[in-house]
Each structure stands twice: as structure tokens, then as C-alpha cells.
Design a protein. Structure first.
Length: 563
């Protein structure tokens, strides 16, 4: 039998155990539930977490020349309570950072304890500051974006913000590839704030990928210099020049005005950050006429021996469409040489609106080029069901439609490439920091619109337009150049064409018969002379001459050169 004494002891121990267990449960509940947030915050306060910024990927041209990269700089700060001799600190920092003493003293009089002295100081100052041991002055190394060829390429590359994220241009469009992933370092500290040994751990950053572009820095220099001179000469509101290789779609240069300097983008109005090569739409005027000619030849609605008569106007429905003058009797090629509205509208009427729309659409008008630049406009090419009775007389001369400069260059480049439309290419590949190809963008065919024979015939007509017709100011002695001028009226605020505002353009290709270079020049509202042959063609000529010298193109033949 169990004695009463043993039973009492057993009961005592049982209830004591329950009591202690209850205390433990209450304590655990208090620590984890009631005061859980307090203790979590306390634990985290002992954990020091630091960000390790990744290095943003570089952007290079087709030859590997750096257009954008991250470089190291110093962020220098001052903690005022620790500074003993303020005059000495001001004197040293003024000399090292090339800042005026008055400017520094004003910073220190701000009333704040922590003061930012410099955000992007040269990296070599790190060693000097270490030797000086100025009390209260600290510094931290960090990456910043550097554009070694700026202001060249500014509208194309765009820029990044203080957080290292792309905000415009290719920096924005390819930010997910360029930016990389942030790393972290963390360690525990004791009650006195000292690092506890062996507690430091690292999660290393992942650096961004690199972009290799199709552009050529030397050709870009020719383009931007010529465009700047044209803007000054014509007082135009805006301008675009694009150079491509019609055979593979590579964009070799791209410039837009107004522009800015991406090293100091905040000093420029946001309107100047836009890239008008893809963000601007305009009525192309006569530059679409070679496309209409190609369509009529392909559909056998006209032949080389055909004759035309231009009295200076043509009636479309009940509306008189005027020409620049009465050209009289013309051969088929004269329609492009003289940029004859009457003859081209006649060809369009033979085609009919459905076929005309079919070919213009297949040439890529009214379709985005998808080269990766942000904010690209689609343009406008309405389907035939939305045309008016007058549209058959407006669309073939480049009215009632809207295109971007790059879109127009893509379309006409097909005539310089045997009738094949190439997808424009701006980025050739994306590579990892180890050099592995992450993504490639090989040349791509969008479609074959007309036969090689048709394209060759129209290109020959465009060559004569430069040698004998409206494009004479684009001609370079001894070189075979094909091109077409364009002058498009702008629509005013009243919804009608403004007789004093124009887009002037020229699109040219060389060396014929197998062009390796295509150039489009578009000027928005040039003052004084406004015909494309007078304003845009000379800009083309200047750029073409620079490329001819650079690429080693021999007179009247194409030597195997750089491209």
C-alpha cells in the first residue's frame, strides 16, 4: 500500500511541476507573443546590415568601345560633433575637392550633424584622406555611371538616376539586364556596438550584364556634327539622322535634336531627352513615292517604256491635286527624277487602294520597328475601308499617313536590299560579366515585298534622281548614290495644312548597286528654304562623304572595308 506520506509528496511534486510548467508557458507566451515585437526589434538592432551595390553592366559600340560604364567614386560626409578644428577641415577639403571655403563653411552652418560634402569625388582621394586622418570626416566608395563619349549618344543611351536605375533610352529599356542584383553584408554587435568576431556573413552582389550595340562611334560623330550644323543653319525645331546597313538592318548611328548631355541631364528640359528617331511621327511626303513605284512595277501596272503627261495637276474625284510644276511628257523613271505627283497618283490609281495599302503595309509603314527604344510611336496607315474618295490621291504622295524616321528608313532600305525588309537592329547581344552570351539578336528578315529585279529598277531611278533630279545636292562626284527627297506640310492648329510649316527629308543609299549604307535626314520646320532637296540633301552629302573616307569606299566601286 502507498503510504499517505508518499502520496502527499507525490501530489506536491505533481502540483509543483504543473506550477513551474505554467510559469514557463506564461513566460514563453509573454516573450513570443506579448513582447515578441520588442525582442525581435532588439535582436535586429544587434544585427548590422549593409548593402553591397552591384556594378551596372557596360554598353559598348560594335567595336567594343565603351559608351557607358560604372566607375568608382567617393561619397564624402562630415559628422560635425567629432570635428575639433573646423578651420583646418575646411582648408584641407577646399584644397582637395576644389571647393571654395565659403561654400564649405555654408554647408557646416546648416545646423545638421551629418553633412554631405561631395557625392562623386575622385577615387584617388581615398588614399589621401586616409593619410590626413581628418576627425569627423568619413567616406564610402560607390559606383556611378560614366559616359566617356558624352554628349555623343545621349538620346540613344539615356541615363540612370541616383538609385542606379535606368530612366531613359537604352539604360531604361534594358535596365533589367544592366542593373544586376544588390548584395548584402551583415554582422552582430554587442551591447557596446562592437562587432562580434566571426559573425560577419556576405551575400555577394550579382553584377549586371553588358550590351553590345550595332552603332559605330566614328559614324555617330560624323552624324551628330553634321546635324548640329544643320540645326544652326536652318533654325529647325528638331532633327533626326539615322545611318543603317540596308543589307542586315544594323543601325550604325542615330542622332536626335534637341539633345542634352547625359552626364548632367538635370540641367536640360525633359523634352530634350526624347529620341525623335522613334518618338516623332510626320507625314513623309515624296519619300514614299519609290514604294508606290515598286508596287506598280511588281503588279505589272506599269512598264519601263510607259509614257506619261503632266499638265501640273491631276483631278482626284472633284479635287485638283497640284504638282510643283507642269512636267510635260515624261518617261516612267522621270516620275521619281522629277518627283512628279501627277505620275505617281496615276500609278496608285492603277494599283487600286487595296493593293496600294497592301504594299505600303508590307514595307512596314504604320508598324513599330521594335528596336528596344522606349516610347516608340506606331505611326498611322489607315486601312482602305477608312479612306475617303480623296485618299488615293493623298497617300501615294505621302499625305494622310504618319511614320517615324526609323520606320521610313526601314521601308526604303528594302529597295536597296533586293526587295527584302530587314528588322532594324540596335543591340547585337547581351553578355554576362563572364563573357557568356545571355541573349543574342541576329539579323532578321521581316519579309520580301518585291522582287530583286523590281527593287533594282527603282534603285536605279533613285540614283538618277540624285544625279539629275531633285536630289542633286546629295550627289558626290565619282560615287553612285541613290536617294529621294521629301517635303511634307505640317498640319496646323486649325486642322489644315499650314503653308509655312514643313518637314524636310532625304533618304539615300550608297554605294549603288549594293548599298552598305543608308541615311535618313529629317528636319522639323527649317526656316527659309524648306524643300528636302535644299535642306536635308546637303546634310546627307556631308555625312556620306565622311563615311566614304572612313570606310574606304573607292570611287564608282565598293571596296571591302569596315562593314
Amino acid at each position: 500500500m502507498i503510504s499517505r506520506k508518499f502520496a502527499r509528496r507525490a501530489n506536491f511534486l505533481f502540483f509543483l511541476t504543473l506550477f513551474l510548467l505554467g510559469i514557463i508557458i506564461i513566460r514563453v507566451f509573454s516573450v513570443q507573443i506579448v513582447r515578441g515585437k520588442f525582442y525581435r526589434d532588439e535582436a535586429l538592432s544587434r544585427l548590422v546590415l549593409g548593402e553591397l551595390p552591384p556594378q551596372r553592366g557596360s554598353i559598348r559600340d560594335r567595336d567594343g568601345r565603351i559608351l557607358a560604364e560604372d566607375v568608382g567614386v567617393l561619397s564624402i560626409t562630415a559628422y560635425l560633433p567629432q570635428i575639433d578644428d573646423l578651420e583646418e577641415v575646411v582648408e584641407e577639403l577646399s584644397r582637395l575637392l576644389s571647393l571654395s571655403p565659403l561654400e564649405l563653411q555654408e554647408k557646416f552652418r546648416s545646423g545638421q550633424s551629418w553633412i554631405e560634402i561631395a557625392d562623386q569625388a575622385p577615387l584617388y582621394l581615398k588614399e589621401i584622406l586616409g593619410e590626413k586622418k581628418l576627425k569627423g570626416i568619413s567616406w564610402q566608395e560607390k559606383p556611378t555611371r560614366f559616359y566617356p563619349q558624352a554628349p555623343l549618344f545621349s538620346n540613344l543611351l539615356g541615363f540612370v538616376g541616383k538609385d542606379g536605375r535606368g530612366l531613359e533610352g537604352l539604360e531604361f529599356a534594358f535596365d533589367s539586364y544592366l542593373s544586376g542584383k544588390t548584395g548584402y553584408s551583415f554582422y552582430e554587435k554587442d551591447a557596446l556596438g562592437r562587432e562580434i568576431p566571426l559573425t560577419t556573413k556576405y551575400l555577394p552582389p550579382q553584377n549586371g550584364n553588358d550590351l553590345r550595340l550595332t552603332v559605330d562611334s566614328t559614324i555617330q560623330f560624323f552624324v551628330e556634327e553634321a546635324l548640329d550644323q544643320a540645326m544652326e543653319r536652318t533654325k529647325a525645331l528638331g532633327g533626326v539622322v539615322i545611318v543603317n546597313n540596308p543589307q542586315n538592318g544594323d543601325i550604325l548611328a542615330l542622332a536626335s535634336r534637341p539633345s542634352f548631355d547625359n552626364r548632367n541631364f538635370q540641367a536640360f528640359p525633359p523634352e530634350s531627352w526624347k529620341n525623335l528617331a522613334t518618338n516623332m511621327v510626320f507625314e513623309p511626303g515624296s519619300t514614299v513615292k519609290p514604294l508606290v513605284m515598286a508596287a506598280a512595277l511588281e503588279e505589272e501596272k506599269t512598264f519601263l517604256q510607259d509614257k506619261f503627261f503632266c499638265p501640273g495637276f491631276i483631278m482626284v474625284y472633284n479635287h485638283r491635286v497640284r504638282d510643283i510644276k507642269a512636267h510635260g511628257e515624261e518617261k516612267l523613271e522621270d516620275l521619281l527624277i522629277n518627283s512628279c505627283n501627277v505620275g505617281i497618283i496615276t500609278l496608285a490609281e492603277r494599283l487600286g487602294k487595296d493593293k496600294l495599302f497592301y504594299y505600303l503595309k508590307n514595307f512596314g509603314l504604320g508598324e513599330k520597328c521594335e528596336v528596344g527604344l522606349p516610347g516608340e510611336e506606331q505611326g498611322l496607315l489607315r486601312p482602305p475601308r477608312e479612306w475617303s474618295l480623296l485618299s488615293i490621291g493623298a497617300i501615294p504622295i505621302g499625305q494622310e499617313m504618319m511614320v517615324t524616321p526609323l520606320q521610313l528608313l526601314r521601308a526604303l532600305s528594302a529597295l536597296a536590299n533586293g526587295g527584302v525588309v530587314m528588322q532594324p537592329r540596335l543591340v547585337s547581344e547581351i553578355t554576362s560579366p563572364r563573357g557568356e552570351v545571355v541573349k543574342s539578336f541576329p539579323p532578321s528578315i521581316s519579309g520580301e515585298v518585291v522582287s530583286e529585279r523590281t527593287a533594282s529598277l527603282v534603285l536605279e531611278m533613285m540614283e538618277k534622281a540624285v544625279r539629275e533630279g531633285t536630289g542633286k545636292k546629295a550627289y558626290i562626284e565619282g560615287y553612285r548614290i541613290a536617294g529621294k527627297t521629301g517635303t511634307g506640310q505640317k498640319v496646323g492648329s486649325h486642322g489644315r495644312y499650314d503653308p509655312h510649316k514643313f518637314y524636310s527629308s532625304f533618304v539615300g543609299f550608297f554605294p549603288v548597286p549594293e548599298p552598305r549604307f543608308g541615311v535618313i535626314v529629317v528636319l522639323d520646320e527649317p526656316q527659309g528654304e524648306y524643300y528636302g532637296g535644299d535642306t536635308a540633301a546637303p546634310v546627307f552629302r556631308e555625312i556620306a562623304q565622311g563615311i566614304i573616307n572612313y570606310a574606304g569606299i573607292m570611287s564608282n566601286k565598293a571596296e571591302v572595308g569596315l562593314f
